[in-house]
Each structure stands twice: as C-alpha cells, then as structure tokens.
Design a protein around this ligand. Structure first.
Ligand SMILES: NC(=O)c1ccc[n+]([C@@H]2O[C@H](COP(=O)([O-])OP(=O)(O)OC[C@H]3O[C@@H](n4cnc5c(N)ncnc54)[C@H](O)[C@@H]3O)[C@@H](O)[C@H]2O)c1
Length: 504
C-alpha cells in the first residue's frame, strides 16, 4: 500500500490553527488542497494566511517563488461541503466535540467517494467513536498532528477498532511522503504521547503537593538533572493549565478513572482560579509586568569531603566515581553487596534514590541525572532529622563536581527518578497492550514532547530492573496504586533477572 498520489486532491475541514498547518503540509508536499470551514469566510481567510506563510518560506529560501506560486494555485477554499467531492483524503480539524465531528463525517460520506480516506485530527476523543457512525468505517483513521504542524515532524497514525489496516497503512505512508515521521498506534486514551507523558506533569505536581519542593526547584531539577528542555510547571504554563488539565482529565476518564492517571487537585484549583499560565498572565509563575521569577532552592557553599569511600556498584550513578576523582577528591573503593553507596568521612551514606524514604539520620539520597557529567544541578533528599554535618558533606561533594545543589523534602523516588520510572512504566504497559512498537514509542516521546531519550532507550541505559524496583518501593510508601509498577514492567524485570541468574 503506497502513499496517496500527489495529484489526488486533499481536503482539510476546520481551518483554525491545526487545519491551516495540516493544509500547508499537504500543499507543500504537492497535493491540490481544498479548505472548508463552517464559519463563513474562514476558509478564504485561512487560504490567505497559508499564502502569507508560503511567502515567508520564500523569504527564508525554503521555497522558490515558482514553487510558492504553484502551491497557491493548488489551494482552493470551498464554500460548501459539496465542494469537497472527488477528494482522495479528508482531514478533519474542527472543534473537539464528538457530536460535531460525527455529524460532519456522516455528511461527508454523502459527498466523497467510497475510496476516500477519512481522517480525524482529534487529540482526545476515541477515533473509533468519531468514525462509529460511518457507513464505511474501515476507511476512517486518526491522523494526529502536533502544533505547529508544518514544523513538528511527529504524526500519530491511529487505527480505530473498525479501521481497515490498508487505510491505516495508506495514511501512514502518506504522512511519510509529506515529510513527517509517522508512528502507528492503537486507539487508546491519549494515543501514545499524551498517554505516556502524563507522569511528567503528575509526578511534579505530586512532589509539590506533598511539600517536597516548590515549582521553581522542581523545574530546575527536571531541567538541570533530568535533561528535560523545560520543567513541568513552566511547560504547563506555556501549554495552558486548562488545556493540560483537560488532556489529563480525558485520559483518566478514558481509562475509566484508572488511578495511575489521577488528575491533580492543585492543578484543578489553579484552573478554577483562572491562572491558566502565560496566556492569562499568571499560572504557577507570574508573567505580569515587573513580576519576578522565583529562584529554585540552591544550597549555600559547603566544604568538599577529603575522601569518599565507594562501596559496590553505583549502577546508573557509576559515572560519579570518575567525576569525584577528576575533582581531586580521593576515592577509596571497597567491595559491597546490593546497591552501591558513597560513604562520607563523617560516616554517613549517600546513595542514589531507590524509591525508599531516607528514614535514617545517617542517610542522604540524591536524584537521578540523565548524565552526571553534564548535569548542572543535583537534588538531595533526607529526613528532617538528618545529621546536618552529613547533609553539608553531601552538598560539598556535589558542589566540588561543579553542580548546584537543591535540597528537597523526603518524597519517595525524589523528582527525576520517579518521573523517569513512571514514564518507562507507562511505555512498557502500552507496548504490552499492543498500542505501539517500542521504537515508535521512543520516536514519539523524543519528537512529540522533546524528551532527551525515549523511554525504552532510557530503560536500557538505567538497567532492566531499575524502574521496576524504584516504583515498587514508591508504591510501598504511597499505596494508592498511582505509582504501582505495571505487570509488563514486572515481567520485564523478572525476565532480566532470569537472564542474569539473579534470584527474584
Ligand atoms: N491546537 C492544538 O495544539 C491541537 C493539536 C493537535 C490536535 N488538535 C485537535 O485539532 C482539532 C482542531 O483544533 P484547533 O486548535 O485547530 O481548533 P481551532 O478552534 O483553531 O479551529 C477549529 C475550526 O473548526 C471550525 N469548525 C467548527 N465546527 C465545524 C464544522 N462542523 N465544520 C467545519 N468547520 C468547523 C471552526 O470554525 C474553526 O475555524 C481539535 O480536534 C483538536 O483537539 C489540536
């Protein structure tokens, strides 16, 4: 099954933000494109707006003048739905309402031929439900573009329950021919990206609600240690708190209120108060004129320890040993069993969080970093009763490695570690349930939400059992089930232990 022929006309219905972007993509790829919008005059305005964007592409030397003129000549607004007769593909990008979309597709079926591919750009409705009322539901598919569609390469190609595999393949190949990176996925709430990304927001909100740290500190740790481009609070302020909350809500409802997708009360109250983020001037942060951005918690200077005893294998934090040596601090290696640890001269222990609470006065946890060498910031966590001299030694150690240090409250799994573990868990769960292939999940999360690594790449780097044990421990402390590892992740860890001959 191949992509649609470039001579085949493509229609875009609903010419708002997404419709215009999708139309531009199909147009620049070479198709004749027809635009239709229910609001009178809107399709013509959209054609003008797309024309202006093509002009800018010419200015930037990304399109020749001749290509622009040819593209403009291929773009036609339609006054009525009947003007879409003869199209080979219709992509719908109207308002996100099931009744409106269903009615539109029923009307479209009377206009287009039986071999016309019908696609919805819905982000949160069930593709199966949108196409459910069609006479020929096999030709109906989800084509989920990301905003701005001309710039973002990812397209989720969603096969509904009744979608004919040939239709899904044709949509997939067509998206690829348009220069996009399609990923195939099944019709489940949030598809791929919006499903697997939920913990990125949820864990930050949970740490904040549990008084683990303030938004500025959590954001700084997610960026400086986790390697994420933006923290969860600043990102949701950019997306719009109402938009982000409504996606969370729809995924949670779509999974029949599965506890793993529980929305946040703190975000609910924020939305109710009208603090929707940048667009309303205030969200988690204040964007009004003159407002100051709060600083993350950053520990004051502390003395570096003279030496560090490294006991056992530090696992995902093993790179620290070399960094400590490079900083001129003596490393005394010792054999050890179980998870590795750093013993500081005062006798206290510093260890990578394993999802347990650091309940002893002699224990400090540090958070996971994507790359300890590149990390600008490291979070430390300890019980309120920790020996102050131990916290100071731990702070001094990371400062000697050139890191800023944020001391956060004792929430199990800290910030980066629990976020990454939960993303990995949802990725394993989705693949085990047949939603998508692991490579497609990795592609989707890197391209759709800019994660520095795909969940499966991350899991391989951290070790096959790491996320499972971290979440199993967090779940012991927070038994709501929200962080409970999935059966798929459990199986993956068991299989890894069987291969390695470790008793499980
Ligand atoms: N905005 C995003 O970031 C984004 C990203 C991915 C997917 N989506 C999805 O794309 C769709 C469109 O979103 P948007 O942000 O472009 O919305 P938008 O409000 O910018 O545009 C919607 C357009 O649809 C038109 N419309 C409404 N009902 C119609 C009908 N019955 N027939 C024809 N036209 C009709 C409206 O006049 C409007 O021009 C939604 O399903 C949304 O969930 C949005």
């Amino acid at each position: 099954m191949t992509a649609l022929d470039l001579s085949s006309p493509v229609a875009v219905v609903g010419t708002g933000t997404m419709g215009q972007g999708i139309a531009q993509v199909a147009l620049v790829a070479g198709h004749p494109v027809r635009l239709y919008d229910a609001a009178p005059g809107r399709a013509r305005e959209a054609a003008d707006a797309i024309g202006a964007r093509l002009d800018r592409l010419v200015e930037k030397d990304r399109l020749t003048g001749a290509e622009r003129d040819a593209a403009r000549a291929r773009l036609t607004p339609a006054e009525t739905l009947d003007g879409l007769a003869g199209c080979a593909l219709v992509v719908e990008a109207v308002v996100e309402r099931l009744d409106v979309k269903q009615e539109l597709f029923r009307a479209l079926e009377d206009v287009v031929g039986e071999d016309c591919l019908l696609a919805t750009n819905t982000s949160s409705l069930s593709v199966t439900a949108v196409g459910g009322a069609l006479r020929v539901p096999g030709r109906f598919v989800g084509l989920h573009f990301f905003n701005p569609a001309p710039l973002l390469p990812l397209v989720e190609v969603v096969a509904g329950f009744a979608t004919d595999p040939a239709s899904a393949t044709r949509a997939y190949e067509t998206a690829r021919a348009w220069g996009k990176t399609p990923v195939a996925c099944a019709d489940t709430p949030g598809f791929l990206v919006n499903r697997i990304a939920r913990p990125f927001y949820a864990e930050a909100l949970a740490v904040h609600e549990d008084r683990g740290a303030d938004p500025a500190t959590i954001d700084a740790v997610l960026r400086g240690s986790g390697g994420f481009r933006m923290g969860a609070f600043e990102l949701t302020d950019l997306i719009g708190q109402d938009v982000n909350e409504s996606v969370t809500h729809s995924v949670w409802q779509g999974f029949f209120q599965d506890v793993r997708f529980t929305p946040s009360l703190a975000q609910r109250r924020l939305v109710e108060s009208g603090r929707l983020g940048r667009k309303s001037g205030q969200g988690w942060y204040d964007y009004r004129d003159g407002a100051e951005r709060p600083e993350p918690h950053t520990a004051g200077p502390a003395e570096a320890p003279a030496y560090v005893v490294v006991e056992g294998d530090l696992g995902p934090a093993a790179e620290l040993v070399g960094l400590i040596r490079e900083a001129g601090i003596e490393v005394r290696p010792e054999d050890g069993y179980g998870a590795g640890r750093l013993v500081l001269p005062g006798g206290g222990t510093l260890r990578l969080t394993d999802g347990e609470l650091p309940v002893s006065e002699d224990l400090v946890h540090f958070d996971l970093a994507l790359d300890y060498r590149a990390a600008a910031r490291i979070a430390l966590s300890a019980t309120a009763g920790v020996r102050p001299s131990l916290l100071s030694e731990a702070t001094g150690l990371f400062q000697a490695l050139g890191k800023k240090v944020s001391v956060v409250g004792d929430v199990p799994g800290m910030i980066v570690a629990r976020t990454v573990a939960r993303i990995i868990d949802l990725a394993f769960d989705a693949v085990a349930k047949g939603v998508a292939a692991p490579e497609d999940v990795d592609t989707a999360m890197r391209l759709g939400v800019n994660y520095p690594l795909g969940p499966f790449e991350w899991s391989r780097r951290l070790g096959d059992t790491w996320a499972y044990y971290l979440l199993a421990n967090v779940h012991e402390w927070e038994p709501s089930g929200r962080c409970a590892p999935s059966l798929a992740l459990h199986r993956h860890a068991e299989a890894a232990e069987d291969r390695e001959g470790t008793p499980s």
